[in-house]
Design a protein around this ligand. Sequence first.
Ligand SMILES: [Zn+2]
Ligand SMILES: [Zn+2]
Length: 369
Amino acid sequence: MIRESRAAVMYDFNAPLIVETLRLKDPRPDQIVVRVVASGICHTDLSVVRAALPYPPPVVLGHEGAGIVEEVGKAVTHLRPGDHVVLSSIPHCGRCAYCRAGHAHLCDSGLQAAMSGQQVAFEKGGADIAHFCGLGSFATRTLVDACAAVKIDDDIPLNRACLIGCGVITGVGAAINTARIQPGETVAVFGCGGVGVNVIQGATIAGAARILAVDVVDKKLEWAKQFGATEVLNVRGLTGDSASDEIRAKFGDMGVDVAFECIGSPDVIRQAFLSTRRGGKAVIVGVAPFGVEVALPACMLPLEERSLVGSLYGSAFMPRDVPRLLDLYRRGKLKLDELVSREIRLDEVNAGLEALESGGVLRSVIVFE
Ligand SMILES: [Zn+2]
Ligand SMILES: [Zn+2]
């Protein structure tokens, strides 16, 4: 059977994506064909285009998708054609040591495989084209491993559900799964873009008493308030450690219980760490460019028992977290509608990437016909 897909392909770094018709590969027994209904444009897609993440072209980008299953391979038992699914940008195999230990987000076939560029879903004129994160959701139709798809209820709009697949789970999961925020705790969130606002709403859901949003852009601080920040601090122009000094002063000279860094900057990681109280923790969500190192007062780790932890993909277990998050959405406790700044068509994907780069939008969502 010939399966066609209209997709946005990156052939070169720092060049516009080309929207064209590709041929979909035949599914393996453990794969499914998904008709993509909606896909968010995430900062990580932009990082690939800008060569900050060295993912080899040609590749169909997009990793925040939701759609409807069209075909399932012979070995797939948990999905059927017609099922609505959210795509997980870090799939889990369910069999490796990490999966068995309950760390599905660290699965052997997860991030490393997703970033290898060796997963191929499309071809054009006989040449293979990879799909980013094993998804390639900037396409009307894509091929994914069945373990990357989580079935959801039909009543959830797919142009909202798609956001769970990356930005929402990364942020909300960092607050709930990684940091395990307790009711009444105090929180600071550095960087209030697409991931930061989701950390903020995760902290709200977890019952944090005070949530301080920190950024250098007033517009982002306004977004932060909309998602539950109780106070904001614009640190533009603050140098050295003055941002963390100011934050600790706001919290009775102690600092916060948990600080999140959602930028991937060594200076901001340091400020997040220094903003915590004794016994507090800094959770690093932002991915710094490869090779970058961070400087911290090492004695504070044992003597003040402060900790520094990383959070990948919100420490998610998607079969558990996707239904939970969508239930919160249904009950009005998780904001998804408010995350969508604009809906666009696939041909507008390059404008969508530019809008993200200029900081003008929280999320653009591509909606396919
Ligand atoms: Zn993403
Ligand atoms: Zn695994």
